[in-house]
Design a protein around this ligand. Sequence first.
Ligand code: 5GP
Ligand code: ZN
Length: 113
Amino acid sequence: MDCLFCKIINREIPADIVHEDDEVLAFNDINPQAPTHVVIVPKQHIATLNDLEEGDLGLVGRLAYTAARLAKERGFADDGYRVVMNCNDQGGQTVYHIHMHLMGGRRFTWPAG
Ligand code: 5GP
Ligand code: ZN
């Protein structure tokens, strides 16, 4: 499958991996927008949020749980951080394998751009 994140999961493309378990891989974003910018992906290929099925709900919970765990490990959980999932073109999605961005270590504004 011609999917960048599947290739990272399969170790066909290198990445700076910061967490792995049976269901999830997390790695540093190549173009970080914050002191911590980690991309958290399910190992299962799901193209967009619109493609989620009821059986996948636990997986999305695991993305959020992993984000919170990494934020705690890095010491900015209490100060606060931003998690983002972009969906399709207008949402800013560029890689069509669902992922959660974890960004921390600076103050974020709202609404997002
Ligand atoms: P999206 O725009 O789809 O929400 O997020 C995709 C993210 O993947 C972007 O923040 C982008 O910088 C990151 N990215 C794109 N290609 C690579 C890559 O080859 N390696 C890593 N580590 N991150 C990538
Ligand atoms: Zn994929």
